[in-house]
Design a protein around this ligand. Structure first.
Ligand SMILES: [Zn+2]
Length: 500
């Protein structure tokens, strides 16, 4: 429900005392009719041909067969004959409010991210990092119609990475630190606490603080705990398939202890590796892979399904790390191929051989996504843009393709970015489908994405909050983002030069 409250706070219809109301009132009177498309019901997969989608004031008012439709006086009629209409897409793992380059101003990120999200049909995002004040400012300005961009929900900075807000304690050493952190997230408007790392002794304090502030837990599964324990504690979302391999291994505790040593070596583990008393794994996941047990995985997936623990697999990340030759993972066109924050080698490059630990990890995680999905674990699509060259918006389409490669049907992959999101937000009556009463966030595609997920990229028009972006406006969005990308890069280069 906390998420729903955030959602409602962001909806423009609530709260009458808003400046610039006259313009939006005039806007809300205009009726736009998209005429002649096949409307895809992403819940059932049903395709209704030759429909009219009637939009007014940011809301879908009607979806009716063209034969029965009567054009209202003054309506703006847009022909979409032979096209396909689906709901707007959500990217459920983005990090748009961190410095793109060393000390580049975070506020300028919006000029790069927001036009691209819209141009590629991403009309909603879940932000999991960066300043809450900045993200909240964007969210509210977009909701008021003062800024173009997607709907935004955010978890705020990751717990255990840095102070979540100015003045909040870091590192987290006591129960009082944990309480102050969760309170700061609540105060800042975060929809959940995103956990990155925490001392095992502090988990009871975290559980108590989350309950006190009615904050859900999301994010990673640190090596200091187990996925089964986190699911028991009510973790609502697991990002990056964290903890899946460890929790599916035959000797979970032993695997976790060794991985913890690799993560934070002690003087004696360094010594033991040096003299050959212990073997340091070449790639940490290889250890969990060797101990992977399909029956253990099946029991884990049954637990995750029973507890409705949503997964945001971010498969694209591993595909890039693995220098995948996979056609689903594409390098975006320059200059939108964002430079990684930290030095990173490996793209573009030769794919690793299939017996390499990274290639095997990728294969196992894709298998796991398919198996979880079949077990009834809800899957959400997230790209982790801008990490590892993930261009905003565009990279979500890579992720959808990878979900299909993992065993979801194209329709199910679409659900992971539409209907499942509405379900996660507790907002199925306002989001996630093209139906009367739902928000007017939608895509017009030139080909059917339920036949081939690659068709999700064939975007002809995007509607966000009832605003229609046709081909010309989409081109303008892309041009604006390209200009911003080179401006941010120029800024970064200049800083580097003055530092020299
Ligand atoms: Zn991330």
């Amino acid at each position: 429900m906390a998420v729903l409250a955030v959602w409602l706070a962001a909806a423009p219809a609530h709260g009458a005392a808003q400046a610039g109301r006259t313009a939006s009132v005039r806007q809300s009177a205009v009726v736009t009719a998209l005429v002649g498309a096949t409307v895809i019901d992403v819940v059932s997969g049903e395709r209704r041909r030759d429909q009219v989608v009637v939009v007014q004031g940011g809301t879908i008012r009607a979806v009716v067969p063209r034969a029965t439709w009567r054009r209202p006086r003054g309506a703006r009629v847009v022909s979409v004959m032979g096209k396909f209409v689906i709901p707007g897409l959500w990217d459920m793992h983005v990090e748009q409010a961190l410095p793109l380059w060393d000390r580049a101003p975070v506020d300028s990120n919006a000029a790069l991210f927001h036009p691209l999200f819209l141009a590629y049909g991403v009309t909603g995002v879940r932000d999991v990092a960066g300043s809450m004040a900045v993200v909240r400012g964007w969210r509210d300005a977009i909701a008021r119609g003062e800024r173009e961009g997607p709907r935004i929900i955010f978890t705020g900075p990751k717990v255990g990475m840095a102070a979540v807000a100015p003045g909040a304690p870091f590192p987290l050493a006591t129960a009082a630190d944990v309480e102050a952190t969760v309170a700061a997230l609540k105060e800042g408007g975060a929809s959940a606490a995103y956990l990155l790392a925490l001392d095992p002794d502090l988990f009871p304090a975290l559980e108590a603080s989350l309950a006190r502030h009615r904050m859900p837990l999301e994010g990673n599964v640190p090596l200091s705990t187990s996925l089964r324990a986190q699911a028991g504690m009510g973790q609502r979302v697991v990002d990056h398939m964290d903890g899946i391999l460890v929790a599916s291994s035959t000797d979970e505790d032993a695997v976790r202890r060794t991985l913890q040593l690799v993560d934070t070596p002690t003087w004696w583990s360094r010594l033991a590796w040096r003299i050959g008393l212990l073997t340091r794994p070449e790639y940490p996941s290889a250890l969990a892979l060797e101990a992977f047990s399909e029956p253990r995985a099946d029991s884990l997936f049954a637990l995750l399904a029973a507890r409705r623990v949503y997964q945001v697999p971010t498969l694209r990340l591993l595909g890039v790390l693995n220098r995948s030759g996979d056609s689903a993972v594409r390098l975006p066109p320059a200059p939108l191929a964002l430079r990684p924050r930290r030095p990173f080698n490996g793209w573009p490059g030769e794919p690793y051989p299939s017996d390499h630990a990274l290639a095997r990890t990728q294969a196992r995680l894709q298998w796991s996504v398919g198996a979880m999905h079949r077990a009834g674990v809800p899957i959400l699509a997230g790209s982790d843009t801008p990490n590892l060259y993930a261009a905003p918006g565009l990279s979500l389409h890579d992720e959808l393709a990878l979900l299909v490669r993992s065993g979801l049907t194209p329709l199910e992959a679409l659900q992971s970015a539409t209907w499942r999101v509405a379900e996660y937000l507790g907002a199925t009556d306002s989001l996630g489908t093209v139906a009367p009463g739902r928000v007017a966030d939608l895509l017009v595609l030139s080909a059917d994405p339920t036949l081939d997920i690659a068709n999700s990229r064939r975007i002809e028009m995007v509607m966000a909050r009832g605003q229609l972006y046709d081909a010309a406006r989409i081109d303008a969005l892309r041009a604006r983002a390209t200009r911003s990308a080179s401006e941010i890069e120029t800024y970064w280069i200049r800083r580097a030069e003055t530092a020299r």
